[in-house]
Design a protein around this ligand. Structure first.
Ligand SMILES: [Zn+2]
Length: 255
């Protein structure tokens, strides 16, 4: 038997093994996955807001990927309209993302480009806000659930707006090792407050099951609570909806 046919047989065997392993993985991880139960009918009913006229919230999707699969991701913002000034929770990814990651080593660049990069918005966040009749220049605040690039990048598509971040999260964002791994993009940090000037502080005021909280408007309409873990100071948001149970708007996704 010639050396070439011997190598061809080995190559064929490898291909067969790879196809078999992929088929088994596809069967176990996708075809045999447990489907979620259908949502309860009340899940699509808008919350009744009795005590705060003018308060509303809407999801503004800036990007999504793999939406036909169970592991799909989405990115975007929650716009909270409030009589005392509107709030944007998270901003999704940046429309300039490809330029922002150009300087990374190939391995990190590849990961960023083909994971978080899939959430790059086709329409910049400022334009999406205009489409729902929101002037981004008039936002009172932008608050980030955490500093990761797929939550903070949309700041690059907005005019300069006050950004609410705690000192711990700011210190995490400026950490060179965090930026080197591509979790936080240095360009985005330029839109953040400086680490010595945090713009979000939690009060020792218990809220539901949390020991501390920050009541942004001092009227109980939007309460921020710490959700440490994914980043040192990830935050969650509880928006009061009148006499109904509070809506829990959580900023964490798969990343
Ligand atoms: Zn994250």
């Amino acid at each position: 038997m010639s050396a070439i046919s011997k190598w061809l047989r080995r190559l064929l065997l490898l291909v067969v093994i790879a196809v078999a392993a992929s088929s088994v993985a596809f069967y176990l991880l996708y075809l045999r996955r447990t489907a979620l139960p259908p949502a309860a009918p009340h899940a699509i009913v808008a919350p009744f807001i009795a005590s705060l006229p003018g308060l509303s919230a809407c999801w503004i999707e800036t990007g999504k990927t793999f939406s036909n699969f169970s592991f799909g991701s989405t990115a975007g913002s929650i716009l909270v309209r409030h009589p005392a000034g509107d709030l944007l929770i998270d901003t999704g990814n940046s429309s300039h993302f490809d330029d922002e990651i150009r300087g990374y080593p190939f391995g990190t660049w590849f990961k960023l480009r083909f994971l978080a990069g899939q959430l790059k918005p086709e329409v910049p966040l400022s334009e999406l806000l205009h489409r729902v009749k929101e002037d981004p220049a008039k936002l009172r605040w932008v608050i980030l659930s955490h500093a990761h690039l797929d939550h903070s990048g949309g700041l690059m598509d907005l005019p300069r707006v006050p950004v609410l971040l705690s000192q711990e999260e700011l210190q995490f964002a400026v950490d060179p090792s965090v930026q080197a791994k591509g979790f936080v993009i240095a360009t985005h940090v330029q839109k953040f407050p400086t680490p010595g000037s945090p713009t979000l502080r939690f009060d020792p005021q218990p809220y539901e099951t949390f020991d501390e909280s920050a009541d942004l408007y001092k009227d109980g309409s939007v309460v921020v609570v710490p959700l440490r873990g994914h980043t040192p100071r990830q935050r969650g948001y509880l928006r009061e909806s009148g006499s109904q149970p509070s809506s829990f708007l959580r900023g964490r996704r798969r990343r």
